[in-house]
Design a protein around this ligand. Sequence first.
Ligand SMILES: C[S@@+](CC[C@H](N)C(=O)[O-])C[C@H]1O[C@@H](n2cnc3c(N)ncnc32)[C@H](O)[C@@H]1O
Length: 275
Amino acid sequence: MGDILFNNMEISDEDFKRMVNFLQKEYGIDLSKKRQLISSRLSHSLRTLGYENFHAFLEHLLTKKDSSDIELLINKLTTNYTFFLREKDHFSYLQNTVLPQLVRRHQGNRVLSIWSAGCSSGEEPYTLSIYLKEFFGAEASKWDTRVLATDISQQALAKAQAGLYKKPADMPQEWINRYFKPDAASGMYSVVPKIKSNVIFRTFNLMDPIQFRLKFDVIFCRNVMIYFNAETRDALVKRFYDAMLPSSYLFISHSESLGQTPLFRMVAPAVYQKK
Ligand SMILES: C[S@@+](CC[C@H](N)C(=O)[O-])C[C@H]1O[C@@H](n2cnc3c(N)ncnc32)[C@H](O)[C@@H]1O
């Protein structure tokens, strides 16, 4: 009984290869060194769904491509770790260098287009929304500063849209008072409507062509490409480039690299400007 409940499912070499190829091709995620992770994160759910072994699930997945199978994979196999004010120097750079430039550039239309690509459970786009509110202050209503926030994980996006978090660590108390409403019963903090309504959440696979209505002034794509191989990353960086306005900014994580790209120049640690 204990074995049935708790043992991870065995994955054959062949099935592991097929799974890795599928994830790589469809979602860019490289799990070629994560056999144990695939098995441990999926086994319980697969048993609950009635699959006797990993092979049966894989066959079903690859032949049917049911959205419920895909959702399970994404929810279980993506890494959604994130937090408010992550890599804070990026937000300072945005506030002190990027936003003043964009304000000068966009006096005509007063539209800024900012994208949090791979937003996970929403802490990054809400941090952006807070910084925008802080920067524009009373002028905020005169500008369209909506942040597009996308991810492939429905589970992460549902949490983002709920906007309910534990007390954000390392955030000034003044901002917590201004931008969160504490819920005494649950001890949780909900993002206030003026910050929430400035973020638009959408499901989007970064492997797909980028066809949003506006070109972007700023893209935050941090701690996402770290799970991609160089080829997938380079192709995405080129799609970002094509989707960005001249001299716009791409923020990646400090633990990532853009490789040798002729398309961007580095202007600050992990901050790139379109050439
Ligand atoms: C570690 S989180 C990063 C969250 C936030 N950007 C940060 O830096 O804290 C990585 C996110 O990338 C998303 N992701 C991975 N592959 C993706 C893809 N092909 N398309 C869209 N999102 C993807 C995952 O679902 C996950 O929520």
